[in-house]
Design a protein around this ligand. Structure first.
Ligand code: ADP
Ligand code: ADP
Length: 229
């Protein structure tokens, strides 16, 4: 469950300026597909289309064979988890931020998600632990810590499809490495689309799509793309 197909998807915000000029790819459950390309290539547009923030003018996007235009936005949000580039947390407790969207989760499930996101030790080390307030008047979290809270939230929510929007770009390389590891655990068994600016961050993807000027100009595994230059 969670098979994503883009079939000749065409999209523009402005008719004079096509953004996607016929983009096709398939992502199977368990696979990680990376979309790489320069800034402005249309990568984030692909994730906006998946959430139906916009509709394509041509082609179609299906999830498990169903055109997403026939699916409610609410069920798309349930099916797709997103770890965005800049995570904004609620001014509430760490626990609230992890539980958000899964209010029925047990404490054990919350702790397990935090452990998989590699933030459990940190949370236990702060006064108040899961009850510690975050935000302006409370605990100030680093970019990496915020992102791990967001990853824990996504793990807890457990959607079949994940979109990681260059999730580690703003972090130092140690944190980046740790987060990539946490993300790999989240991605297991799910359909994962990674939106990246650099080839070096998506070495392990099953397929890399290189998007340029609205078209997929190269596709293959990391080593194959390097060989071709
Ligand atoms: P990427 O994620 O690859 O950097 P985007 O998908 O964000 O690229 O954007 C692709 C192009 O579409 C860019 O040139 C951007 O300026 C343009 N664009 C993005 N959002 C809008 C919008 N709401 N209206 C008009 N143009 C937009
Ligand atoms: P939920 O109801 O599933 O807990 P939200 O309603 O807060 O989640 O958000 C729905 C989804 O849309 C989230 O996964 C969020 O990250 C994603 N989202 C928000 N803004 C954007 C955007 N500009 N582009 C792509 N996805 C976005």
């Amino acid at each position: 469950e969670g098979r994503v197909v883009f079939d000749d998807v065409r999209f523009h915000y402005d008719p004079d300026r096509p953004i996607l000029k016929g983009v096709s790819f398939e992502a199977e459950p368990g696979q990680t597909i990376a979309i790489v390309g320069p800034s402005g290539a249309g990568k984030s547009t692909i994730s906006r289309l998946m959430f139906r923030f916009y509709e394509p003018q041509g082609g179609r996007i299906t999830i498990d064979g169903q055109n997403i235009l026939d699916v409610t936005q609410a069920s798309l949000r349930a099916a797709i988890g997103m770890v965005p580039q800049d995570t904004v947390l609620f001014n509430d407790t760490i626990g609230y931020n992890i539980r958000y969207g899964r209010w029925d989760a047990s404490d054990a499930e919350v702790r397990e998600a935090a452990g998989l996101a590699q933030i459990d030790d940190f949370i236990r080390s702060v006064p108040g632990g899961y009850e510690a307030q975050v935000g302006e008047r409370g605990l100030k979290l680093s970019g990496g810590e915020k992102q791990r809270v967001a990853i824990a939230r996504t793990i807890l929510k457990g959607p079949p499809i994940l979109i990681l929007d260059e999730a580690t770009s703003a972090l130092d390389s140690f944190t980046e490495h740790e987060i990539q590891e946490a993300l790999r655990r989240v991605a297991k068994g799910r359909t994962t689309l990674v939106i990246a600016h650099r080839l070096s961050t998506v070495v392990e993807a099953d397929e890399i799509l290189f998007l340029d000027h609205g078209r997929i100009v190269e596709r293959g595994r990391h080593a194959e793309l390097l060989e071709r230059g």
